[in-house]
Design a protein around this ligand. Sequence first.
Ligand SMILES: *Cc1c(COP(=O)(O)O)cnc(C)c1O
Length: 232
Amino acid sequence: MDWAANLESVQERIRTACDRAGRAVDSVALLAVAKTHSADAVQTLAACGVRLFGENKVQEAKAKIPLCSSRLRWHLIGHLQTNKVRDAVALFEMIQSVDSLRLAREINQRAEQAAKQMPILLEVNLAGEASKFGYAPDQLRAELRELNALPRLEIHGLMTVPPWSPVPERVRPYFRQLRELRQQCEDQLGAPLPELSMGMTGDFEVAIEEGATLVRIGTALFGQRTSRPASA
Ligand SMILES: *Cc1c(COP(=O)(O)O)cnc(C)c1O
């Protein structure tokens, strides 16, 4: 697997999408999704200059992160159970998958105990898919003030995993909806929410055209995942 070539190709596609959308290329950050891939694979991409990595399971991250350069930054992008919050607060620079007030309160409490502030994104399930986690937009609007009042949390924006489609254009309406919801949340809070985490291997160019600031890319960088997580 030529990871350096994969990275170059992804970066080129990000640049092209930014040009098309009239956006600065540094307005989009690449998050390399390392789930199921080994620490060696992570280190190879790190040697090419990638600094930001994502994991969807706390357990896997806990085994892998200590084997990687301490200069790397990690985001949690998968559903978080309350009994794993303490580890998540210690391991991750950002938790992108906050999907309930109960979870947010637990993160707030654990961050307090660790004497730190925790940057988070609120995950939104725009299509109401039963197979996915995330806030329904109405529920998010209803709980936003209470979420924002938790003193140890810093809400940086929204994240979504839209319904899968082989045709990226079909996903565009969801990316647009997330951007519009972000605007509504900003109006409600009277504060900016700079991050929109949206776009994966199959659809990140469309996500960039719709305003993504963080694209979460696994397959296009590391190749196909086998079903089983790497033992780090
Ligand atoms: C696995 C995963 C990705 C990356 O998906 P690819 O299609 O491999 O790029 C992005 N976001 C989340 C939440 C994921 O779980």
